[in-house]
Design a protein around this ligand. Structure first.
Ligand code: ATP
Ligand code: MG
Length: 369
């Protein structure tokens, strides 16, 4: 099931099958969601605001019901499993610790709900706090902790009852970059160590790419692409994904020729380029061609002799230490970016200079316009 589509009778741990959701009975905010996750997977839902990520998480947690379709947890429809038997831990963006309780009491709560005895509770609480390096803080109240410490406690509370599934909705959104990065690392390590299946929501694409086994890119209530991070970045299946994930140059034109797995595209200003036809079917179709900035070449000898090239004017050169970032005017657009490694023999381009650029045909993708 490499495409992640849910089929009845599979051994997927989490399954969405043809799920739709409307809050008002008119507009669908989730349109047709199909997803199958194996046990232990770390999956991230990534997408713009309002694309339906939290709604999907809420349906999976059982706080919202699907308007159509079915959600299954370990083979059983979620609505047939009583909340305390769902074994789902949750972490939200705004910590949601109980302010009047100490850290230890916060962690004790989900265990008391599950009717564990005192000594067992104490052992589990200590272990969970140690896991997030907060073992010394059991007696403090949330208000006496920093934001990052509170978030670690929230994480410990979601894990303390050893859930099989953890749902996290932008848990690191409010934290500074350094703390965010160290917690990203801690969360993925913990999840993998404990074999927890995780659904993580973020709109930070770097976070999604670095943490996940697979990423589901959401837009407009649908999964636009579901793939491991490298595949998502290197083989986006449509223009939305290409532009949403990573930096991307786009050139617009018309498919002039299709042969041997190559599309020759005539740009609107007359130039010709080669691309892989990913999301175009016919000659004459309009297309957006997507090229990553690090795949653009400006040295003729590094391109195949019959590659098409385009003239470009250097507008700006930015020295970034390990790499150079050059902004060009290409085919009437002045936002075309080239990134090159600061390696021996690499030229520094000068504003005002006119150069020729090109790429390997497989590095340009002809997508929907
Ligand atoms: N309780 C609700 N009642 C009515 N409409 C809702 C409700 N919750 C969400 N919506 C609408 O559903 C759509 C999807 O919202 P959702 O919260 O799932 O988006 P999201 O992808 O989590 O966005 P964000 O990144 O901003 O958190 C939005 O248009 C939102 O306005
Ligand atoms: Mg949300």
């Amino acid at each position: 099931m490499a495409d992640g589509t849910a089929h009845a009778g599979t051994d997927a741990f989490v399954e969405f099958e043809r799920v739709q959701k409307s809050y008002d009975g008119e507009t669908l905010v989730v349109k047709d969601l199909n997803l199958a996750m194996p046990k232990g997977e770390f999956l991230t839902m990534l997408g713009p605001s309002g694309s339906g990520k939290t709604t999907c998480l809420m349906m999976l947690a059982g706080f919202e019901t699907a308007t159509h379709g079915e959600i299954r947890l370990d083979g059983s429809p979620i609505n047939n499993i009583p909340p305390h038997k769902r074994g789902i831990g949750m972490v939200f963006q705004n910590y949601a610790l109980f302010p009047h309780m100490s850290v230890a009491e916060n962690l004790s709560f989900p265990l008391e709900v599950r009717q564990l005895g005192k000594s067992e509770r104490e052992a589990k609480i200590q272990r969970a706090l140690d896991m997030v390096q907060m073992g010394e803080f059991g007696g403090r109240r949330p208000a006496q902790l920093s934001g990052g410490q509170q978030q670690r406690v929230a994480l410990a509370r979601a894990l303390v009852f050893e859930p099989e599934l953890v749902l996290m909705d932008e848990p690191l959104g409010a934290l500074d970059k350094q703390l965010r990065e160290s917690l990203q690392f801690e969360i993925t390590n913990l999840a993998h160590e404990l074999g927890i299946t995780t659904v993580y929501v973020t709109h930070d694409q770097t976070e999604a790419l670095t943490m996940s086994d697979r990423v589901a890119v959401f837009d407009d209530g649908r999964i636009q692409q579901l793939a491991p991070p490298d595949e998502l970045y290197e083989s986006p299946q449509n223009s939305f994904v290409a532009q949403f994930i990573g930096e991307n140059n786009t050139l617009e034109g018309v498919v002039q020729e299709l042969r041997d797995g190559i599309a020759i595209v005539r740009l609107d200003d007359g130039g010709l380029i080669d691309a892989v036809p990913v999301n175009v079917a016919e000659v004459g179709e309009r297309t957006l061609v997507s090229i990553r900035p690090e795949r653009v070449e400006h040295k003729r000898d590094r391109l195949s002799p019959d590659a098409h090239t385009l003239k470009a004017e250097v507008l700006e050169f930015i020295y970034m230490g390990d790499q150079f970032r050059t902004r060009l005017r290409v085919a009437g657009r002045d936002d075309f970016i080239v990134k090159s490694r600061n390696a021996q023999g690499q030229d520094r381009l000068r504003p005002g200079e006119t150069i020729e650029i090109g790429w390997l045909p497989e590095d340009a993708r002809a997508l929907d316009a």
